[in-house]
Design a protein around this ligand. Structure first.
Ligand code: S3P
Length: 426
């Protein structure tokens, strides 16, 4: 396990591009592999999570090559084929869950494995709906943690399924399976989660409809095969969130993150930061959105999980809360416990390591901030195989008094050049 030392930065200036959006990258690879013929992906994330998906689609029969900075995917004309190999999803929940949806509609049996982090994550949330559609999914214990065996079936039965937890991965697994179902598949969600799957299905010529339903949404998909596309992947807003908080809590910073996906389910963290008094804004230039952020005085606020549907930005917002004045509360955060690590415990541990007072009540996390990042302690933090915990700790160390991060190499799951990009701003 490597230890990365982050020193405090005297000032931070400049603009940067973060990696291509991870959610869109996984889906671009899967849709291109399912299509017949050649698709091009520009701006694909080079993180290891997306590489895992890339390797697996080649094992299922697609050809993938790099060409002039783009990635070219040739989907087999007769469709993906069963792979006799064990499919290694590494650290990536999106890979394993979306793939379950794809493999559910492919005749034959597949084995899926992951690293120690993924092997702790519940797959019953995808297994249950996919079994209702006619696939078999075997995992370990009641929560069906990996390794998984999935036995596909074609055609699958169409279902009408209400997803019990807010999860874009679960919604997407069912929608991918719906491509191989006999009839209309309907997915209902109580809280609107990111729409990359529905949006990209529509662009691929798949018949998909989506309608708001109170705070949630109803999505229907017809069986069909996606068409080849040229996918252009925008920057990942969840990565931009680290630089937004870094600029906001640092005493001398002005940063810009260029070319982002700014879909509404992804940028809830911007409104939260603005509510805390941060000088952070999304700036549109035609169809492209950038994020600008500068040094700010933050005050506490209350954040509810539905404002940030996949709760990806809570670890970094808890660093903002630790630098703010007053008591912030993050409500209904149970989903944080089943991410790459237990981020509920990790965010608490990080706030405490910074010297803030922090505690939990049920699924709510409370952080009493120190009023400024300059009062953060120099701290040591174990990132527990979680890329977002690495970056949250690094931001705190850079704006505060330094940090030593154990297991920092995990950052490569989503952002292999994070530490280099951070250094370039100083
Ligand atoms: C993702 C959905 C989110 C998020 C993950 C990527 C996706 O998980 O945490 O990093 O690409 O669908 P949920 O399934 O919990 O929403």
């Amino acid at each position: 396990m490597s230890v990365e030392r982050v020193e405090p930065a005297a000032h931070l200036r400049g603009s940067l591009r973060v990696p291509g959006d991870k959610s869109i990258s996984h889906r671009a690879l899967l849709l291109s592999a399912l299509a017949s013929g050649k698709s091009v992906i520009s701006g694909l994330s080079r993180g290891m999570d997306v590489s895992a998906t890339r390797t697996i689609v080649t094992q299922l029969g697609a050809l993938v090559r790099d060409e002039d900075g783009d990635v070219v995917v040739s989907g087999p004309s007769n469709g993906l084929v069963r792979s006799p190999r064990v499919l290694d999803c590494e650290n990536s929940g999106t890979t394993i869950r979306l793939l379950c949806g794809v493999l559910a509609g492919l005749e034959g049996r597949h084995e899926l494995i992951g690293d120690a982090s993924l092997s702790r994550r519940p797959m019953d949330r995808v297994a249950i709906p996919l079994e209702q559609m006619g696939a078999r999914v075997i995992g370990v214990g009641e929560r069906r943690t990996p390794p998984l065996t999935i036995e596909g079936h074609r055609p699958l039965d169409a279902v009408d399924y209400l997803v019990p937890q807010p999860s874009a991965q679960v919604k997407s697994a069912i929608l991918f399976a719906g491509l191989s179902a006999a009839g209309t598949t309907t997915v209902r969600e109580r809280v609107r989660t990111r729409t990359a799957t529905e949006d990209m299905f529509a662009v691929s010529g798949v018949t998909v409809r989506s309608a708001n339903d109170g705070a949630g949404r109803i999505v229907t998909v017809q069986p069909g095969r996606p068409q080849c596309r040229h996918w252009r992947v925008p920057g990942d807003p969840s990565q931009a969130a680290f630089f937004a908080v870094l600029a906001a809590i640092h005493r001398d910073a002005a940063l810009e993150v260029l070319s982002l996906d700014a879909s509404v389910e992804r940028v809830g963290f911007v409104s939260v930061l603005q509510r805390m008094g941060a000088r952070v804004e999304l700036v549109e230039h035609g169809t492209i959105t950038s994020l600008r952020a500068e040094s700010s005085m933050l005050h506490a606020c209350e954040v509810h999980a539905h404002e940030i549907p996949s709760v990806d930005e809570v670890p970094i917002l808890s660093v903002a809360a630790a630098a703010a004045s007053g008591i912030s509360v993050f409500r209904e955060m149970s989903e944080l416990r089943v991410k790459e690590s237990d981020r509920f415990e990790g965010s608490l541990r990080l706030a405490l390591a910074l010297g803030a007072r922090a505690w939990t009540e049920g699924d709510d996390l409370f952080i009493e901030g120190l009023g400024t990042a300059e009062r953060f302690s120099d701290f040591t933090f174990d990132a527990t195989l979680d890329h977002r915990m690495v970056m949250a700790a690094a931001v705190a160390g850079c704006a505060g008094r330094g940090a030593s991060i154990l297991g920092a190499e995990t950052v490569a799951s989503s952002y292999p050049t994070f530490f280099r990009d951070l250094a370039l701003l100083q």
